[in-house]
Design a protein around this ligand. Sequence first.
Ligand SMILES: [Zn+2]
Length: 187
Amino acid sequence: MAVKQIDHPTLGAITLSQNARCRRISLTIKPNGAVRLSFPAGISVSRALVFAESKADWIAATRRRIETAATDRHICTPDEIEALRREAKRVLPAKVEFFARKFGFRYGRVTIRAARSKWGCCTSENNISLSLFLMTLPEHLQNYVVIHELCHTVHHNHSKRFHALADRCMDGREQELRKELRNHHTA
Ligand SMILES: [Zn+2]
C-alpha cells in the first residue's frame, strides 16, 4: 500500500492511498476535514484525482456538516464562561433597561446565570433572569429574548395577548425570530 499526501489546488490536503486490495475508488472525509482518496493498484493517480474533483460539491458539503457538528458540540471552558459572564453583565442589564424604557415596562432585578436549559425567565415578582449564553447569539436574537421576558412582566404566560404584545414590540417579527432562535442552543 502506497500512501502519499498532496496539496490539491481546490480540494486542499488529500491523502492518496493506493491499495492492491482496494476494488474501486473511494473518498472519505476525516473529522479534521482532510480527504482520503483510496484507489486500486490499476488506477493512476490522475484518474483517481479526476474522480475526487467530480465530487467537489460533496466534499465541501461534508466538510461543512463536520464543522457545524463540531460547533454545536462545543462545550465552553470555565474561562470562556467567565468571559461570557463579564460580557453579559456589561451588556444585558443595559439592554433590559433600554427596552423597558422604550416600551414602558417595569421590572425588578436583572440577574445573569449560567443557565443552559433556557435563555431567560421572568418571575412573578417581575425579576428577570438571563442566561450568560445569550452572548453567543447575534444581537437581534438577544433583543428578542430580552423583549420576550419584559413582555412577561405584563402577561405571565404565553397567551395570545402575550404574543400580540411581543409581536408589537418586535415590529411584527415575533414568530420569525422565535423560529430563528430554535436553531441556536446554549453552549
Ligand atoms: Zn416566555
